[in-house]
Design a protein. Structure first.
Length: 316
């Protein structure tokens, strides 16, 4: 089978697939370049056609970008509540031991599976553990205050989970809208490129005033899948990131993983990192992993001593 001639392949579509950020960068460059040379009638005609496409894409992108930040904030709120369950458990368990001996049936009914169900497992599993404790405390007068605290914690977790889920749904909807506009502006950019090639057929270098050739040619991998041995860390990628650049961290294994930025690929984890529990995913900004100005290696540490960890990381 003969391969399609390279000039018949839209380079903007392939370069920006999976990266709205790059699409925005390319579109802004071309829109600005055309605007700067509108005194040329041919360029003005291109601008009048392309600018509405750019405006529509920018509106969809900005709405998605703002919603993504909201989603991260809501996810962070849920994570903070879940991380606080360890301390909550200690408080509840101490109060319950003041009423029931640790070896008693009543104590066993309340904490049949110990502390681990509150501090590990999926988000839903941990919230369910709080729900079960809340139900089992019903009618125990001596533990009424503890029951109230457990109930309030459960309600807060439910509200945070709902907000996080709702925001993910909204983000996905807006993402679909941005993708529609991405396809439109990529076709628009391809059209502009063709017209520029015609106009500057004896001086192709002039096209670089309108097309961000450097970014178009410097296509970087955005999706990384890998594994890390027990009690060890690996370097995922060397990348210069913007502080507010979005990153999706997905733990597809059964061990907690800690992602962090490092100055060298061989640097061990420091004080700043983002931990992702097993079988969960989190959307974060790059600065949550460390100092983006001095640290350009993204590393991941598997804190389990024995089991292999598995992950996927997507950089927008």
């Amino acid at each position: 089978m003969n391969r399609l001639w390279i000039f018949l392949i839209n380079p903007f579509l392939s370069a920006t697939k999976g990266s709205f950020r790059l699409a925005m960068k390319l579109s802004f460059f071309t829109d600005s370049g055309l605007h700067a040379h509108m005194s040329d009638a041919a360029i003005l005609a291109m601008y009048n056609i392309y600018h509405p496409m750019h405006t529509a894409f920018a509106a969809a992108y900005n709405a998605w970008d703002a919603q993504k930040s909201t989603q991260i904030a809501n996810t962070s709120a849920l994570n903070n509540l879940l991380e606080g369950l360890s301390a909550k458990y200690d408080t509840w368990e101490y109060a319950i031991r003041g009423v029931y001996a640790k070896t008693s049936t009543q104590y066993e009914n309340l904490f049949a599976h110990g502390k681990s169900v509150f501090t590990s497992g999926t988000q839903l599993d941990r919230i369910q553990a709080v729900s079960s404790l809340n139900t089992n405390l019903t009618g125990i007068a001596a533990l009424a205050a503890t029951k109230t605290d457990v109930n309030n914690t459960y309600n807060a977790l439910q509200a945070a989970l709902l907000a996080s889920s709702d925001n993910k749904s909204i983000t996905n909807t807006l993402s679909t809208a941005v993708e529609v506009q991405r396809l439109i502006i990529c076709n628009g950019l391809y059209s502009v490129l063709g017209k520029l090639m015609d106009k500057f057929n004896t001086n192709p270098a002039a096209i670089t005033d309108y097309i961000d050739v450097e970014s178009l040619r410097n296509i970087q991998q955005t999706d990384f899948v890998g594994h890390v041995a027990g009690n060890s860390f690996i370097d995922i990628v060397h990348r210069t990131l913007d502080a507010t650049q979005f990153i999706t961290l997905r733990n597809t294994g059964n061990t907690p993983l800690r992602f962090y930025l490092a100055a060298l690929k061989t640097d061990a984890i420091g004080a700043v990192y983002f931990e992702v529990p097993p079988m969960t995913d989190h959307d974060i900004t790059a600065n949550q992993l460390g100092d983006v100005t001095t640290q350009h290696f993204i590393n991941v540490l598997n804190v389990d001593a024995l089991m292999e960890g598995h992950f996927e990381m997507i950089i927008d």
